[in-house]
Design a protein around this ligand. Sequence first.
Ligand code: ATP
Ligand code: MG
Length: 268
Amino acid sequence: MPLLEVDDVVVQFGGVTAVDHAGFVAEAGRITGLIGPNGAGKTTCFNVISGLQKPTRGAVRFQGRSVTRLPVNRRARRGMGRTFQRLEAFGSLSVRDNVRVARDIHRGLRGLVRPATADVDGLLERVGIAAYADERADSIPTGTARLLELARCLAGDPTLLLLDEPSSGLDESETEAFGRLLTELAAEGRGILMVEHDMDLVMSVCDDLHVLDFGAVIASGPPAEIRANPLVQQAYLGYSDDGADAADHTRTDLPPVEATLTIPAVRT
Ligand SMILES: Nc1ncnc2c1ncn2[C@@H]1O[C@H](COP(=O)(O)OP(=O)(O)OP(=O)(O)O)[C@@H](O)[C@H]1O
Ligand SMILES: [Mg+2]
């Protein structure tokens, strides 16, 4: 049984089909990449999985049970953690306090039945930002803020991590360290589903890939197979082996919409 199953999901925004009968899985202990051109529907899929977006049709199953009708907080309580493409940290709090708040939210979500005992400074060490612990979150570089997002996500001890463009803003050596950390997290048995544009990172750390184009999954498989797939080369990687120019699949029919995301209030 896969950790996460996305089954025939459709999302329509007015006349735009953002996700078009998409189906894919993510397994525990593996790093799964969800890739595709800008506007392909990757973030919308993440919103459906985490509960921020109700699908027009289709189902999401987590650990074999449907979560399609569950709100965000109930999915989080079951072990889904996510980071956002647009950073969501509290700017006026320190880096350490941001992780502390995230940990306490998870503690509240679980009603102290399974208290999150994450060691906040240990998490900062783990993601490599301990040196910034006392800095305000709005004063740190973007790459550091991405790692803070990851630490906040890990504070809930998630079984599944949904990471939306986690490496953007990281420099080369930070990206390498980040790749190693992802591999460690998967080795602990966690499932990781990652939207990522850095193809070097994707090809080096992912065990499985799913490619979205105009909302539909056009290919699924291991990285080597995906890289060699002519359909993928045309649609996404921007070239094909026969030298023909790839069609520009970036959606231009609508301007990108900045989704307004709210963190659910949690009573502790
Ligand atoms: N709330 C919304 N209302 C209307 N249209 C939306 C909304 N959210 C996304 N869309 C549209 O749905 C399509 C998919 O968007 P989505 O953000 O999921 O793509 P993406 O693959 O994450 O792109 P990127 O790589 O640029 O982050 C786009 O055409 C986008 O403009
Ligand atoms: Mg996106």
